[in-house]
Design a protein around this ligand. Structure first.
Ligand code: 13P
Length: 258
């Protein structure tokens, strides 16, 4: 289940919503229907939904217009470890992709070493892997830029370069997540350049130019397209606005409008 990626990449991060499989099923059916009746020409697969692992097999089977994936995965080696799900398991259960290192996971104590193992194993399991980066706050001297670059280098330190083509980078400023205020497109652009610079130092300039980068943090139907046009990104990682069918489909349509 390798994903052939054509920009834009529109990823909904459902977090702990909805609370039941019944509601999630209804959502996906409704979303697919809205995608199919859209006036805008959408590709066959028009969205990504990161859901609870327990919903993945059912939703992956059900969804016709999108990809279904996980919000986090264990980077532990297969063996005698209790209570975790590893990338090969989630891939074989129907997941197409996984988000790694979301700030809400980092906050639970995930270390950069753990994150590096997670990215490495997810890519080995052939999952499209979205690795998240973002500063908590900004300082006037711009130190957050070099900190982010350092974070990228450490996170990818255990990853086999031959697998980099299935990696997506997400920039999610922590101060924008869950807030009313997204980054401006120029704030986004500046960081995306820094992230690409870090990637160039690891994998070369050609890779750094073509790697797909997402923006996340207070994305809404009325600002989504701006990031694609002026923010230097190839897609979006969306929390709240992906958890309502109409606003999610409004974002999808906005991104594909000519
Ligand atoms: P919001 O879109 O709700 O700000 O959340 C962003 C996010 O966490 C996506 O991963």
């Amino acid at each position: 289940n390798m994903i052939k990626r054509t920009a834009p990449i529109i990823v909904g991060n459902w977090k702990t919503t909805p609370e039941t499989l019944q509601e999630a099923t209804k959502f996906v059916k409704n979303l697919d229907k809205k995608c199919s009746s859209s006036k805008t020409k959408l590709p066959k697969k028009a969205y990504y939904i990161a859901t609870s692992d327990i919903f993945i097999p059912h939703l992956a089977e059900l969804s016709e217009r999108g990809y279904v994936g996980s919000q986090n995965i264990s980077g532990i080696r297969p063996g005698q470890v209790t209570g975790v799900t590893i990338p090969s398991q989630i891939a074989s259960a129907g997941a197409d992709f996984v988000i790694i290192g979301h700030s809400e996971v980092r906050k639970q104590g995930e270390t950069v070493e753990e994150r590096s193992h997670k990215v490495a194993l997810s890519l080995q399991a052939k999952l499209t892997t979205i690795a998240c980066f973002g500063e908590h706050t900004r300082d006037k001297n711009g130190n957050y830029l070099s900190e982010l670059e350092e974070d990228v280098k450490k996170t990818l330190s255990l990853v086999d370069r031959s697998l980099f083509n299935n990696l997506i980078i997400a920039y999610e400023p922590v101060w924008a997540i869950g807030s009313k205020n997204p980054a401006t497109t120029s704030e986004c652009f500046e960081v995306v350049i820094a992230l690409r610079r870090a990637l160039a130092s690891i994998a070369g300039i050609d890779y750094a130019k073509k790697v797909q980068v997402l923006y996340g943090g207070a994305v809404a139907p009325d600002n989504a397209k701006d990031f694609l046009e002026d923010g230097g990104v190839d897609g979006l990682l969306i929390g709240r606005a992906s958890q309502d069918v109409q606003s999610f489909v409004d974002i999808i349509n906005a991104c594909y409008e000519k």
